[in-house]
Ligand binder design. Sequence first.
Ligand code: ZN
Length: 164
Amino acid sequence: MTAKTVTLCRGERIVAAVPEHCHGPGWSNSIVWVYIASQDGRLRTECLQPCEQTHEMQTLFDAGAAMCRALVDAVSHMNQWVTAGFHTENGEDMANTMANTIATWTLELNCECPGCGEDVDLLDHADFWHGRNLAVGESSTERSRDVEVVCPACGHEFAVDCRY
Ligand SMILES: [Zn+2]
């Protein structure tokens, strides 16, 4: 038996070695997952087959696998793919506790600056909203006409009519 040598790149370190009994129809295996973290927080794994494990791993395997299994079971979690309105056995409405998908607004107010000719997003100017009485998406209203703006590229001051 030859223990496999795990190669680490610069800045990487081994953060966990997790023994796992896995099995399916007609097969079973006892592997050790080695979790390797890089300095920027990425994780990769290497799989050690039984013949690649050290004597210490095999001695600790059963106890370690049982402890990992128990710890996995102890992680409080919920499955996000449970459909909305699903009721648990004790009648709780799962829909209220599910984490929703985050939707991100993207907002731009684009025009061509008459000063420098650049296509600019007027919202890029840090003070655009400062003291301004204008709703997002407001169009063809008194407030969205003759709006004084500053070009974020060249600082030119001019007036625009906002359209959605
Ligand atoms: Zn400009």
